[in-house]
Design a protein. Structure first.
Length: 128
């Protein structure tokens, strides 16, 4: 019997590594800024600003690609926006103002676990 070699580990090129580092800085930096901003601005205002800035950044991309959103999808998109963005961010930002235990790092971890939790909760609803 001959032993088979394991495939080499995947490698990442320099451009991809730099994009990943930039994404990590942008993503993680948000929570540092929020930790400072919640002292002066209400959590709901921060959430509104975050969502409006994100939509303003993505809208030109959508328009440039010629993507349209069917009116029948608006209720689903609104529900998804509330459940995936507005409510979780509002609750975590609010917790940072009320509980000394919820630090910037803990807030980032709480939001970072959302995809895993969604996979666990959504599994029973997925098709085989």
């Amino acid at each position: 019997m001959t032993a088979t070699k394991a495939p080499p580990p995947p490698s990442i090129d320099l451009g991809s590594a730099l994009m990943l580092a930039a994404l990590a800085c942008l993503w993680g930096g948000t929570y540092g800024f929020v930790g400072i901003a919640v002292r002066e601005v209400t959590p709901l205002t921060l959430v509104l600003c975050r969502l409006v800035l994100g939509a303003a950044a993505l809208h030109p991309v959508r328009m440039a690609r010629g993507m349209t959103i069917l009116p029948s999808l608006w209720p689903r998109l609104a529900a998804m926006a509330l459940l995936n963005n507005a409510i979780p961010f509002a609750l975590i930002f609010w917790a940072q103002t009320r509980m000394p235990v919820v630090t910037v790092g803990l807030g980032a971890l709480m939001l970072g676990e959302a995809p895993g939790l969604a996979a666990i909760v959504g599994r029973p609803f997925s098709r085989p």
